[in-house]
Design a protein around this ligand. Structure first.
Ligand SMILES: Cc1cc2nc3c(=O)[nH]c(=O)nc-3n(C[C@H](O)[C@H](O)[C@H](O)COP(=O)(O)O)c2cc1C
Length: 194
């Protein structure tokens, strides 16, 4: 595997967010070839307004540039009322628009995970997120799917403990993301050689 950079984005603004802690668990088990650029400025993304699109607000431009610089994206979404949180949808609405920085998520390999306190572990939020990413022409890992129900119990005060049955599934998600990135690279090099 070559060295890859993954932009990691938690869809929660909460200081003690379960999803942000889940991302830390992923970074801990990831192979050394993966470097994570954790975007921690979601709170600085303003509410989307078509009247204020150009130039991009600084936090939006920064997120776009960091996604473009990354090889792939990993999103950990909470579930609010059976959907992704508004702050995450708001950021995606910004990213979906044309901008001087160029398209951010078009054909970008993306993996989705999520943690919730409920019994369904964000599966509905992930479906909602997947649908929006599909509309944006992102390339999203299909299998395996990772949900963490009752995450406040699974994560305790910190990260997933060694031996958690969730860890091999998280590893599989990362593997799926790396495979998508490598597949896209191979296709790009074939097209470039034409
Ligand atoms: C407005 C709101 C709606 C919520 N709706 C759901 C839900 O539909 N399903 C669920 O499992 N948990 C729901 N929760 C509980 C979240 O799973 C819990 O707050 C979780 O900790 C949020 O993720 P975070 O810790 O990363 O911020 C809701 C919480 C809030 C604040």
């Amino acid at each position: 595997m070559s060295d890859l950079t993954i932009l990691a984005l938690s869809g929660s603004l909460r200081k003690d967010s379960l999803n942000t802690r889940l991302l830390s668990s992923v970074a801990r088990i990831a192979p050394p070839e993966l470097t994570f650029d954790v975007f921690g400025e979601l709170a600085e993304i303003p509410l989307f307004n078509e009247d204020a699109e150009h130039p991009s607000p600084p936090a939006v431009a920064d997120l776009r540039r960091r996604i473009r610089a990354a090889d792939g994206v990993l999103i950990a979404t909470p579930e609010y009322n059976a959907a992704m949180p508004g702050v995450l949808k708001n950021a995606l609405d910004w990213l979906s628009r044309p901008a001087a920085e160029g398209p951010a998520l078009t054909r970008k390999p993306v993996a989705i995970i999520g943690a919730s306190q409920g019994p369904l572990g964000t599966i509905r939020a992930q479906l909602n997120l997947r649908q929006v990413l599909h509309k944006m022409n992102a390339t999203v890992v299909g299998q395996p799917e990772f949900v963490l129900p009752h995450a406040h119990q699974a994560l305790g005060e910190g990260e997933l403990p060694a031996g958690s049955p969730s860890l091999p599934i998280l590893t599989g998600v990362l593997q799926g993301l790396v495979e998508l990135i490598e597949h896209d690279r191979a296709v790009a090099s074939v097209l470039a050689a034409r």
